[in-house]
Design a protein around this ligand. Structure first.
Ligand SMILES: Cc1ncc(COP(=O)(O)O)c(C=O)c1O
Length: 383
């Protein structure tokens, strides 16, 4: 059954973005494609295979549940790395399937020993270091404990990586904090070496760090938002273009979100439109009803604010955003009819509605808006 709106995923845009990122990082740096949050709302099941077609072999997810979903749709050789949550009963599947995961607290290192012994398989782990973000990651005491557990059970662990995460590399206001984190990370990497812990790779950078702080690229970068065609922040984009002669955005949006007009109506001047008295027709008006609402991730904050594209023209969203519908003012658009395409995000003719402009209006950042796109919207691959 077709959903009330459709998300198109452009393979060529994804390919373009990944090529750009790899060129920036250099060939020796592994790109781990971050597909947590349902691939930033693009859809794990639909997006991960396209990434695989584009040459990606390393995938980062937040949870074991997402790892299962990624594994189920990939065909070739690949690595899946869980950066976050694994329920107690999830370690059997994770370890048995060679899924890599973070050791962010020493209890996890202790708890997996029973599973590795029973399955007679090693846990492939990344030691997650607390360097100043104060989220997950091993602090000094816990790191020492984890190292002891690993040293005493060498044959149960493969130390695939050592890693950390930066607390807001997309904003200059965090510059001092990030510099401190870079320094602490370097000290801890040395400390690990002295303790005889020899990881295959070191990794720390997300999109913003990878672009703004080249020293953080190390052996692998974990790239989320940029592969989908968005800069982590305006600042990051400006940082990139400021010394370039070509000021165009090299990234292309992967996602295009469309629906269709389900009804067109005439409304007399003075009438209120939709719930309450939020919008009053200032003249005799023509309105189009679109079957997308806040249930679909179209924020209520876009009431009387949002824009959509219809017949290659911009149209304003008027009245309240409802749970399943919005209404657009099409008074001055010629030949608008039921079934006409409505673009909510993306291009139509000469116009484009970017997620950024859409989310600036509703005070949501790209990350949040994208990940709120519901899973039950049909997603299709396009060229
Ligand atoms: C640990 C970790 N690494 C990498 C990323 C990717 O970040 P970005 O989407 O900014 O590239 C995230 C995203 O939040 C993350 O939590």
């Amino acid at each position: 059954m077709q959903s009330t709106s459709i998300i198109e995923l452009s393979q060529s845009a994804l390919e373009n973005n990944l090529k750009f990122i790899q060129a920036q990082m250099g060939d020796s740096v592994i790109i781990s494609s971050v597909v947590k949050g349902n691939a930033y709302g693009h859809g794990i099941e639909e997006t991960a295979p396209i990434m695989e077609l584009c040459g990606i072999k390393h995938f980062s997810v937040f949870s074991a549940d997402e790892a299962v979903r990624v594994k189920n749709v990939l065909k070739g050789d690949h690595t899946i790395m869980i950066m976050g949550y694994i329920p107690d009963d999830g370690f059997d599947w994770v370890i048995d399937n060679g899924i890599e995961f973070y050791i962010s607290d020493s209890d996890r290192a202790k708890n997996v020993l029973e599973v590795t012994r029973r399955l007679n398989k090693k846990a492939i782990v990344h030691i997650d270091l607390e360097t100043g973000m104060n989220r997950t990651g091993l602090n000094q005491t816990d790191l020492q404990k984890a190292i002891e557990i690993i040293k005493n059970n060498r044959d149960q662990f493969h130390i695939r990586g050592v890693c950390t995460h930066f607390a807001g590399a997309e904003s200059i206001s965090n510059y001092v904090r990030i510099q401190k984190q870079i320094k602490v990370a370097a000290e801890l990497f040395d400390y690990m070496k002295k303790e005889g812990m020899k990881p295959d790779i070191r990794h720390a950078a997300c999109s913003a760090a990878a672009m703004v702080y080249p020293d953080t690229r190390l052996d692998m970068v974990r790239i989320g938002i940029m592969q989908y065609g968005f800069w982590p922040s305006r600042e990051t984009f400006i940082h990139y273009i400021h010394e370039k002669t070509d000021k165009r955005d090299p990234l292309k949006r992967v996602l295009r979100w469309t629906s269709k007009i389900m009804d067109v109506k005439d409304v007399e001047q003075g009438e209120f439109i939709s719930y309450g008295n939020y919008y009053q027709a200032y003249e005799n008006m023509k309105i189009a009803i679109i079957p997308v609402g806040y249930y679909d991730g179209y924020s209520r904050a876009l009431s009387n604010q949002g824009k959509v594209l219809i017949n290659n023209k911009r149209a304003s969203v008027i009245g309240m955003v409802n749970m399943n519908m919005v209404i657009a003012d099409v008074t001055n658009l010629p030949n608008v009819d039921i079934g006409d395409e409505v673009v909510i995000i993306g291009k139509q003719g000469d116009y484009e509605l970017s997620v950024a402009s859409f989310s600036e209006l509703s005070n949501q950042v790209n990350y949040e808006l994208l990940t709120r796109l519901p899973m039950d919207i049909n997603r299709i691959k396009t060229k």
